[in-house]
Design a binder for this molecule. Structure first.
Ligand code: PMV
Length: 315
C-alpha cells in the first residue's frame, strides 16, 4: 500500500489574517505575514482506503472537514478514491496555536504526493488555503507572506525571507481547552466592528513596515508592529455587533507583564491568535532571562520556547 507521510509546522502571524472577503474560498480581507515555528507540528499520513476517514491523535475523529477538503481537491484536480488520513498533532489543539494550519498544510503536501500532482508550492498554497487560511503559510519555512488577492488564483502564499533572524517566541500555554468562538464566525463578527475598515487599512501599511523590519532583523520594530496589529485585531472582537473576547484574566496579566519588561529595557512584545494563549516575541539573546522572569511570575503557567522552523518535510 502506498502511504505518504509529511510533517508541517505551525506558524504564527506577525501581521494577522482576521476577516474573509470570500468565505467559501477563504479569500482574506488582509494580506498576512507569518513565522513558521520549529517547536509545534503535525505529522500526517495518507493512503487510499474504502471511505474518507480521519484518525486524529490515535482516535477515529469527525472527518467532515477532511472530507470536504478532499472533495474540493477532487473537483479541482480530478477524482480519486477515498483516503484514510492519519494525523498526529504536536500542538495543543485549537487553543490559539493554530493546529489547523499545520494540519491542512501537512494534508495538502501528503495529498499532492499521493496523487502525483506537480508539487508547485504556489498551487499547493491555494489548496491549503481552502482547508484553513493560515495553512497556506505553513508550507514555507521562516517567513511567509500570504497575498490576499481577489480570487482563487491571486490569493496565494510565498516565501518572503527564508533566513533565521534570531527571533525567539515564548509560548504561554494558558489553556489547551477548545476555543469557544471558531475563527470563521469570529472573523465574520469582527468585520461588523465600526473600526474594522481602519484596522484593515492600517494592516496594509504595517505589512510593508514589517517586511522592512524583518529584512533588517530589527526585533524591536517587528515586536512593536506585531503587538499593535494583534491587539488591534482583538479590539475588533470586543467592539463588533455581538462582542466576544478570546482573552482571559491570565492573557491580560501576561500582556501587562510583557509590557512591563519592555519598559524596563528588555525586548518583549506579545501576539495573540484565536484563543487565550500569548506568544511573547523576543530575541535569542534575551529569551533565557525573559523565560526565567515569566516562569517566576507565573509558576502555574507552562512556557515553551520556539524559534523559526522549516517548511514542509516528506518523511
Ligand atoms: O486559518 P484559520 O481560519 O484558523 O484562521 C487563523 C487566524 C489567526 O490565527 C487568528 C490569525 C492568523 O493570521 O493566523
Amino acid at each position: 500500500m502506498n502511504e505518504i507521510t509529511v510533517r508541517a509546522h505551525t506558524n504564527i502571524a506577525l501581521i494577522k489574517y482576521w476577516g474573509k472577503a470570500n468565505v467559501p474560498l477563504n479569500i482574506p480581507t488582509t494580506s498576512s505575514l507569518s513565522m513558521t515555528l520549529d517547536r509545534f507540528y503535525t505529522t500526517t499520513s495518507v493512503a487510499f482506503a474504502d471511505q474518507d476517514q480521519l484518525v486524529l491523535n490515535g482516535q477515529t475523529a469527525d472527518a467532515t472537514r477532511v472530507h470536504n477538503f478532499l472533495d474540493m481537491l477532487r473537483a479541482k484536480h480530478g477524482d480519486f478514491p477515498a483516503v484514510l488520513v492519519t494525523s498526529t498533532n504536536h500542538v495543543p489543539t485549537a487553543a490559539g496555536l493554530a493546529s489547523s494550519a499545520s494540519s491542512f498544510a501537512a494534508l495538502t503536501g501528503a495529498m499532492f504526493r499521493l496523487l502525483e500532482l506537480s508539487e508547485d508550492l504556489t498551487e499547493m498554497s491555494r489548496i491549503a488555503r481552502r482547508g484553513s487560511g493560515s495553512a497556506s503559510r505553513s508550507l514555507f519555512g521562516n517567513f511567509a507572506v500570504w497575498n490576499k488577492g481577489e480570487n482563487d488564483a491571486s490569493s496565494y502564499t510565498e516565501s518572503f525571507y527564508d533566513e533565521d533572524i534570531q527571533l525567539s517566541m515564548l509560548v504561554a500555554e494558558i489553556s489547551s481547552a477548545q476555543k469557544k468562538m471558531p475563527s470563521t464566525r469570529g472573523m465574520q463578527l469582527a468585520q461588523t466592528a465600526p473600526t474594522y475598515r481602519s484596522w484593515v487599512e492600517k494592516s496594509a501599511r504595517q505589512l510593508e513596515e514589517m517586511k522592512a523590519a524583518i529584512r533588517q532583523a530589527d526585533i524591536e520594530k517587528i515586536g512593536l508592529l506585531a503587538e499593535d496589529n494583534a491587539l488591534g485585531m482583538h479590539e475588533q472582537n470586543r467592539s463588533c455587533a455581538e462582542p466576544f473576547d478570546y482573552f482571559t484574566e491570565d492573557t491580560r496579566r501576561i500582556i501587562a507583564f510583557a509590557q512591563k519588561c519592555y519598559k524596563s529595557g528588555l525586548l518583549a512584545f506579545v501576539t495573540i491568535d484565536a484563543g487565550p494563549n500569548v506568544k511573547i516575541i523576543t530575541d535569542k539573546a534575551t529569551e533565557k532571562i525573559l523565560l526565567e522572569k515569566f516562569r517566576a511570575n507565573f509558576p502555574e503557567i507552562t512556557f515553551d520556547v520556539a524559534h523559526a522552523g522549516g517548511g514542509l518535510e516528506y518523511l
